[in-house]
Design a protein around this ligand. Structure first.
Ligand code: ATP
Length: 545
């Protein structure tokens, strides 16, 4: 078997068992057997990613394109319906088998498949549709039916692909004997399972040591758990040893300064440098260190200096055209809240209090978020009220003694927002009727099952969108279309929606076992990757609330 066929074979075996130890053993043995140049690719594909986190490339291959090319591959003009397929990849496998498809030419290597994906991501402009189809067809012709199933899953990021990051990192630890904590840390520094897998398997523990945070390479951001209110936060964190900060509702940024070279990264490690020139200038001018990594939130402001809605800052984020015009239309302001590095000294293992002190020293004239260490619950409550009166969404509680834990949603940071919302992924939408005829309106919302990595539906809603938003959403959904069944368009799970609701109930209809009551979309979260949305377990914890 060649390396891509082995991957497909492994995925099948993983799907056939739920036993964690078996998963770890199978993944470990496979990764170990690969040539070193293919380890990183395989590790990423196993967690359902073609490109590493922060890599802006996306695979623009639609479900319609795949159907077209599968039909060409088996020499038919229209594909027959298949019964019993659980998803699109499965359907393609069944269609190819029924048509007696066999591979032509040499079996594919991982490297070849990945290069084809890379080409598909870069082809654009006139004639690109034909060239993409031709490239895809080449892939399908050289693939077995089973391999084609996984190619389809990779291309459309099918609901159920491979394993989650935790399982993969665990497999690496078991296979190499390197402590799990060392492997996880390297992952948090790099945000790339591919790099970690390659370093661990090729160079061992020493290799992982080289994956230290470096200027210009964003670290995964530390995240927060939710507390219901201020008293709840102070049952989890001691008074006098906890700082409260305003929780600003903007875009999180991690800023790397190396002399005069400044780079700005988003929460999902994408580069924002070119869309925020005024922030770059301010950092270059103000920061009192040659080299530094600082973190903060960028918000949009009204002329009176009050925060503008989150949607406004999102129009600036990642935008690289007409930047000067947008600067005038939507002025932004940076508020810093953490310092991770300063002139050769890494601060992530230092306590929050020391990092705040370092930030105070380097921030120069740049604003820091409002912060206080309250001595009583009442003082904490007054601080929350002050934050809300100033137009902010709530407060963060941070344990003064806690280190910076990249990528972890732990108990050292809590967020207190008076309105609880969930971040969910849109997996389908129904065609509207009446006033909404012609638009996709009722969106199907899904949460991730963290065990199986499957997207499971938890509710539907058409509430929360204006007409203009329905129109724009319809276009976006159609571009992500995978298939259509009676009135419903199924899409790649890519658009994240923040959803408010009244409560969570058990549901016999949904496979997830839970359903949201009175769900409404608060906004779309284009700054959040689907992998980081709320899980079915989180919903289960909210049951009956
Ligand atoms: P949310 O959807 O509530 O913004 P999230 O999932 O993006 O949350 P969380 O870890 O749950 O991330 O909440 C922390 C987020 O709040 C940060 O990612 C950051 O964007 C924002 N934030 C605003 N003010 C602060 C602050 N003072 N300290 C840390 N994060 C802050």
């Amino acid at each position: 078997m060649n390396t891509f066929e082995q991957l497909a074979d492994l995925e099948e075996r993983l799907a056939a068992t739920k036993k964690k130890l078996e998963h770890a053993a199978l993944i470990g043995a496979y990764l170990q057997s690969l040539p070193s140049g293919e380890i990183a690719l395989a590790a990423r594909l196993l967690i359902g990613r073609v490109f590493s986190e922060g890599d802006p490339r996306i695979l623009n291959v639609s479900g319609a394109a795949i159907e077209r090319v599968v039909a060409q591959t088996i020499g038919t003009s229209e594909l027959a319906r298949v019964d019993g397929a659980v998803d699109f990849g499965d359907a393609v496998e069944k269609i190819l088998r029924q048509a007696g498809h066999t591979r032509q030419g040499a079996p594919l290597t991982l490297d070849e498949v990945w290069h084809a994906y890379e080409e598909l991501a870069t082809l654009s402009g006139p004639g690109s549709r034909e060239r993409k189809d031709a490239r895809l067809r080449e892939l399908f012709e050289r693939a077995s039916a089973l391999e084609a199933k996984y190619i389809v899953k990779h291309l459309i990021r099918e609901m159920r692909v491979g394993v989650n990051e935790g399982t993969l990192l665990d497999a690496l630890a078991r296979t190499t004997g390197i402590p799990g904590a060392t492997i996880r840390r390297a992952y948090q520094f790099t945000g790339d399972v591919g790099k970690v897998a390659e370093a661990a398997l090729v160079q061992g523990e020493q290799g992982l040591g080289h994956l230290e945070p470096t200027l210009g390479h964003p670290l995964k951001p530390m995240l927060a758990q939710s507390a219901v209110d201020i008293p709840d936060a102070f049952t989890q964190m001691p008074l006098g040893e906890t700082a409260l900060e305003y929780k600003l509702d903007g875009a999180r940024v991690q800023i790397h300064k190396s002399g005069d070279a400044i780079r700005v990264f988003s929460r999902s490690l994408a580069e924002l440098t070119y869309s925020l020139p005024e922030i770059v200038d301010e950092v270059r001018r103000e920061i009192k260190a040659r080299d530094a990594i600082v973190e903060g939130e960028v918000i949009a402001l009204t002329p009176e200096g009050r925060p503008r809605p989150f949607q406004d800052i999102m129009r600036r984020i990642g935008r690289e055209r007409d930047v000067a015009e947008m600067q005038r239309e939507i002025p932004v302001k940076l508020y810093l809240f953490d310092c991770l590095y300063r002139d050769g000294e890494l601060f992530i293992d230092r306590p929050n209090a020391a990092r705040w002190q370092a930030l105070t020293e380097v921030a120069g004239g740049i604003a820091r978020v409002e912060r206080r260490v309250p001595e009583s619950v009442a003082e904490g409550q007054a601080f929350l009220k002050q934050a809300q009166d100033a137009g902010h969404e709530g407060v963060m509680a941070k344990l003064l003694a806690s280190p910076y834990l990249p990528g972890e949603r732990g108990k050292h940071w809590l967020k207190i927002k008076p309105i609880i919302t969930l971040d969910l992924v849109i997996v389908a939408a129904d065609w509207g009727y009446g006033r909404r005829t012609g638009w996709l309106s009722n969106v199907h919302l899904a949460a991730r099952d963290s065990e199986t990595n499957e997207w499971l539906e938890v509710g539907k809603t058409f509430k929360g969108f204006t007409d203009a938003e329905f129109k724009a959403l319809t276009d976006r959904l159609l571009a992500l279309k995978v298939k259509e069944t009676r009135g419903t368009v199924w899409v790649k799970p890519q658009i994240v929606a923040e959803v408010a609701f009244n409560n969570v109930q058990t549901s016999p209809q949904y496979k997830s076992g839970v359903a949201l009551r009175f769900a409404r979309v608060v906004r779309l979260r284009d700054d959040k990757p689907p992998e980081e949305t709320d899980t079915v377990e989180t919903l289960k914890r909210l049951l009956g609330d």
